[in-house]
Design a protein around this ligand. Structure first.
Ligand code: FES
Length: 153
């Protein structure tokens, strides 16, 4: 099924206002392209019959939507206050050291992108780290090598 047809199917779930399908449509575009390039945003906007600016504005709000190329895996470390109070900065630094990159960068082999992100919604389980779509709770600098090892393995 083409991307356009898949988006039409998504629109069918929201007969009142197809703008409501923008999030699943953007997820679909990201699955297809790996990230949301200008072309991907325009393709999504065309299929939804909305403006590319609308798609862009929604995409900028959600950390899980990538407006720049990312690696095959993403590691997102929450650095908002509850996680910060539980040592999120030391977790970020441990990942930087383990991966040899800074937050916001991708490893040279294109495998892993490390990001410091806003609240992941698990404040009671700080520090929270999302590895791709899987959340890890109570992460400390000491558990970072194990997490990276699981990705490599
Ligand atoms: S502040 Fe880290 S999950 Fe909410």
């Amino acid at each position: 099924m083409s991307f356009y047809d898949e988006v039409q199917e998504l629109r069918g779930r929201y007969p009142e206002d197809s703008r409501s399908a923008v999030l699943p449509a953007l997820r679909l575009a990201q699955e297809k392209h790996g990230w949301l390039s200008r072309e991907a945003l325009e393709e999504t906007a065309d299929a939804l019959e909305v403006t590319p600016a609308f798609c862009y504005s929604v995409a900028t709000f959600y950390d899980m939507l990538h407006l720049e190329p990312v690696g095959r895996h993403t590691i997102d470390v929450c650095t908002n206050l509850p996680c910060a109070l539980c040592g999120a900065q030391s977790v970020v630094e441990a990942f930087e050291s383990e991966l040899g990159i800074r937050a916001g960068e991708t490893t040279a082999d294109g495998e892993i992108t490390l990001r410091a992100v806003e609240c992941l919604g698990g404040c009671g389980y700080a520090t929270v780290v999302a590895v791709d779509d899987r959340y890890r709770q109570h992460v400390t600098a000491e558990t970072v090598p194990e997490i990276v090892g699981e990705i490599d393995g």
